[in-house]
Design a binder for this molecule. Structure first.
Ligand code: FAD
Length: 398
């Protein structure tokens, strides 16, 4: 490969979606990854859009837009993306939390988020898998589970069908900038000249930004998820997340209190999250550690032990299920929690698509928004609040 209109660095869900949309628009696209497609956070997620932790605002707009896209994306890409409107449960442990929960549900309801309070007796009947620690729950029926890796590969297959070239193990090693604009990318397989270079490198976006002399601020949060053997008979597709425990880091937090977390749970930022795939495997999580460093990607047994001890305290039957593997990934947060999309105002032709934090799968619409912006169409959701250049303006102010 010698030249392209766009070189996209990063074969996660963000880069893959962008490759698809740009190629569909007729652009000549090359996408690079260094360790293989989905080797970053996209291959290490719970892969859900949970409505329980959404509040009104532009972040919610992104989630609703993604859900709309997912309704037809499988047919568009001709692939079963394992998209299921499973709903999810927010589990409650103490009556003291009920008032707070009601206030939160009312705010969410006004923004179009549907929820149903499930009292104890009803919960025992409907969800016999939950242990006695849980005394009520809120069901969020709009929540979705999907297969992020399938989506990523399907985007790339469709992009390749429209002429995009995918180099799955060709790290970008340098970005050439001449006279204030990018001219191409050095890769392990040679130089590719391009007038547009997209940084969709997730947790490595700061590193890739530095190659072009552009500062891309990314805060990393390392997560572990444990995968179990198939448990088809459980029949639960998604159970939810216990948010009350950790929300304010204390038992007297906004949720009105919860049982104190163990020292290990606090240290590794453990929350109970449980989802079950179409194939019956359970994904159990999760940890969240900061500060993090991509050089320390390995599994930490103490984090895994804390995840499992918390999980079995909510679902005791899990103690009898075998774990088959654990994966880790890095959530790449921007300073203000919103994705960073669009051209740098300092280096012409250098475009950023990063900073999706813990919601990048549920914000897959951002690749469509960015592609529309780059190709001169009006994005369905205005890109302005997400423009990467806001970060550059901010660093001048400082
Ligand atoms: C434990 C965990 C659970 C999560 N759960 C959810 C969830 O339930 N729902 C949700 O919406 N989100 C979730 N997330 C967040 C979500 O996974 C991320 O926001 C999303 O995957 C980011 O996608 P991305 O394409 O921007 O980055 P990534 O998927 O990280 O892709 C970046 C790619 O860039 C490549 N790269 C880096 N440097 C170079 C280079 N020099 N040359 C070439 N390639 C390079 C990497 O190899 C990588 O493949 C979770 C994350 C974690 C860690």
């Amino acid at each position: 490969v010698r030249a392209a209109d766009y070189v996209i660095i990063g074969g996660g869900i963000t880069g893959a979606g962008l490759a698809y949309h740009l190629a569909a628009d007729g652009a000549d696209v090359v996408l690079l990854d260094r360790r293989g497609i989905c080797s970053g956070a996209t291959g290490a997620t719970h892969t859900q859009i949970g409505m329980h932790n959404r509040m009104p605002g532009i972040q919610l707009d992104l989630a609703f837009y993604t859900i709309r896209i997912l309704e037809t994306l499988g047919a568009e890409l001709d692939c079963d993306l394992e998209v299921n409107r499973t709903g999810n449960l927010m589990l409650l442990e103490h009556e003291a939390a009920f008032g707070w929960v009601e206030g939160r549900r009312e705010t969410q309801r006004r923004a179009g988020i549907v929820s149903e309070f499930i009292p104890l007796a009803e919960l025992r009947r409907r969800e016999p898998w939950l242990g006695p620690r849980v005394i009520a729950a809120v069901l969020y029926p709009q929540s979705i589970r999907m297969n992020s890796m399938r989506i990523c590969h399907a985007y790339l297959k469709a992009a390749a069908g429209r002429g995009a070239r995918i180099l799955a193990t060709a790290p970008a090693t340098a970005i050439r900038v001449e006279g204030g604009r990018v001219t191409g990318v050095e890769t392990a397989e040679g130089f590719i000249s391009a007038r547009n270079v997209v940084n969709a490198a997730g947790a490595w976006a700061a590193e890739v930004g530095a190659m072009a002399g552009v500062s891309v601020p990314i805060r990393l949060n390392k997560g572990h998820v444990v995968v179990t053997e198939r448990v088809p008979e459980v029949g639960v597709k998604m159970k939810g997340e216990v948010i009350l425990h950790d929300e304010a880091g204390s038992p007297t937090g906004p949720g009105g209190g919860s049982s104190p977390a163990s020292e290990a749970e606090v240290r590794y930022g453990v929350k109970f999250v449980f989802t079950q795939t179409d194939h019956g495997n359970c994904l159990i999580g999760r940890s969240g550690e900061e500060p993090s460093d991509t050089a320390r990607r390995g599994v930490d047994r103490r984090a895994v032990a804390a995840i499992l001890s918390r999980a079995t305290s909510f679902m005791p039957w899990l103690a009898g299920v075998r774990c088959i593997r654990t994966f880790t990934g890095f959530r790449p947060y921007s300073p203000d929690g919103l994705p960073m999309l669009g051209p740098s105002s300092r280096v012409e032709g250098f475009i950023v698509a990063a900073g999706h934090g813990d919601k990048g799968v549920g914000w897959l619409c951002t690749s469509k928004i960015l592609a529309d912006h780059l190709t001169g169409r009006r994005p369905e959701i205005p890109i302005d609040p997400f423009l990467f250049s806001r970060m550059e303006a901010r660093s001048i102010e400082q």
